[in-house]
Design a protein around this ligand. Structure first.
Ligand code: BG6
Length: 495
């Protein structure tokens, strides 16, 4: 339970993220009694809205997207009375003074200073302006109470990420800045740390002696939908690899932390990124694959190709699929390839990390006993299945020795009778509790960009001739399979 009363000011309060994610998550937290009794949500935006209009828009969002589904009238009314609208221009200093007055009034009513949370649910360009005007109004002064929450993308490349970080730091101390990567709020992503470091069983084999290679897959069957305008300038590498996949890489590859201190954990994650072997410009074609979906059918429905999506150029060279091969140059991982892939309009919605262990050093079973033999594999499933599967060999029943792969499964749903909170619930609660463990620090964001810059530069310079090069419902371009096949490896068949 958050300790301080909280005033959550959402810039972009009339926007899609607020409607779809922030309000439904805050509502779920409230009806479970997990946020302070004294709290206020002030949605800040330019458009004209009466409080009642805003609340009915938010009610619609809560009905559609609340994790707990059905809502009863009294739950909603109890929540909605904490929500107000503040209309104003983000560029106008007077708007910030009036927000400040509202905060002071609430602090007085509540007889103590509340946590002031400024959530930037706005386009990146506004992140250059709002923090400065908040600071000019004196809304940044308390390191303890004033916090700013920033959504991705943090920059478009290394240079712009550095610029954005330094703009933020001119107005707020790093400890006041909460950069959201919603993957870190997912239960199964957090469970990677628990699994690795709360059990002595796997840690001794979690290294180059036993691990042959690692694959990280974040596949989506959705296309870009109404986000073509944004995606056209982003692409899969910026939209997914720079943040979500890099976070997964860090959690899988990091060294054990000494304590659960936020900076200790974040230091260990940054160490991984610093150890990633830089990709040489001339090696990009061997280490990176891009692709773009064409039109076709998916799950029995006709779907458009990327170039036919709204706000997308008919000659677009933006990648909707990206795969990378990375090496981590340290004692633990020297020589072990980490393969990352993500894409839209693939055959399903699957996220997982697969740890492929090495073969036994000597095969002592007769050849016919081990025709189906596979080295052991551990799969950390993030979604839609939430759990862990260990694949290994067992003797098939019968008089002869025959080895067959079998699986040992842990499922979140079956083991725990409680539903997992939505990632945003976890993260918003952490902001209220002033706990930055699950948020990205500036150096981590920049280190992730640094790794990708050679690929972004190479791809930016050359026009992919084969686009579109994969069909909806497939696993992306053939080159992604070849990336692993060249090393004698393969992506785990999923789905
Ligand atoms: C977002 C990306 O960060 O993550 C989207 O911008 C993507 O393109 C989404 O669809 C995936 O998140 P999730 O939680 O649905 O896996």
């Amino acid at each position: 339970m958050a300790v301080f009363p909280a005033i959550i000011m959402i810039f972009g309060g009339a926007g899609d993220l607020t409607w779809r994610k922030l309000i439904p998550s805050l509502f779920d937290l409230h009806r479970e009694g997990r946020i302070p009794a004294r709290f206020a949500i002030i949605a800040v935006d330019r458009v004209h809205f009466r409080d009642t209009e805003l609340r009915s828009r938010f009610l619609d969002g809560a009905k559609r997207f609340s994790r707990k589904g059905k809502l009863n009238g009294s739950n909603w009314t109890a929540f909605a009375r904490h929500v107000t609208y503040h209309q104003g221009d983000f560029n106008d200093p007077a708007m910030y003074s009036s927000l400040k007055k509202k905060c002071e009034k609430l602090d007085k009513e509540w007889k103590g200073k509340a946590g002031h949370i400024f959530h930037m649910a706005v386009p990146p360009a506004m992140v250059g302006i709002i923090p400065r005007l908040l600071a000019e109004a004196g809304l940044n002064r308390s390191k303890m109470h004033d916090r700013i929450v920033v959504e991705k993308p943090i920059g478009h490349d290394l240079e712009s990420a550095r610029e954005m970080n330094s703009t933020l730091k001119e107005s707020f101390h790093e400890s006041q800045i909460f950069r959201i990567d919603h993957y870190l709020g997912k239960e199964t992503v957090q469970n990677i740390l628990a699994f690795r470091f709360a059990n002595p069983l796997f840690e001794p084999i979690w290294n180059r002696r036993y691990v042959d290679y690692v694959t990280i897959t974040v596949a989506e069957d959705v296309g870009v939908g109404h986000r073509g305008g944004y995606y056209e300038h982003a692409g899969a590498l910026r939209d997914m690899v720079q943040n979500h996949l890099m976070q997964l890489l860090c959690l899988v590859a990091m060294e054990p932390m000494v304590s659960f201190d936020a900076d200790e954990i974040r230091n260990k994650k940054v160490d991984v990124l610093h150890a990633v072997r830089p990709i040489r410009a001339d090696a990009v074609p061997e280490c990176a694959v891009r692709g773009q979906y064409g039109g076709g059918s998916l799950h029995g429905k006709k779907v458009r190709g990327y170039r036919q999506e709204a706000d997308v150029s008919t000659r677009s060279k933006t990648e909707t699929f990206a795969a990378l091969k990375l090496f981590i140059d340290n004692w633990r991982w020297q020589g072990v390839p980490f393969y990352l892939r993500t894409g839209k309009r693939l055959c399903g919605q699957f996220s997982e990390v697969a740890i492929q262990f090495r073969s036994v050093p000597h095969q002592s079973f007769p050849r016919e006993a081990s025709r189906d033999w596979h080295p052991s594999r551990l799969v950390l499933s993030i979604q839609p299945e939430e759990g862990i599967v260990l694949g290994f060999q067992a003797k098939y029943p019968g008089s002869k020795i025959l080895l067959r792969p079998v699986e040992m499964r842990f499922s979140y749903k079956e083991s725990f009778a409680v539903p997992s909170p939505d990632a945003y619930e976890t993260l918003l609660l952490d902001v209220m509790n002033n706990d930055p463990t699950l948020f990205m620090r500036a150096d981590q964001v920049e280190a992730a960009w640094q790794i990708l810059m050679p690929v972004l530069n190479a791809w930016g310079k050359s026009r992919p001739r084969s686009f579109p090069d994969y069909a909806p419902g497939s696993w992306g371009p053939r080159a992604a399979d070849e990336l692993l096949a060249r090393d004698g490896h393969e992506w785990r068949p999923i789905g």
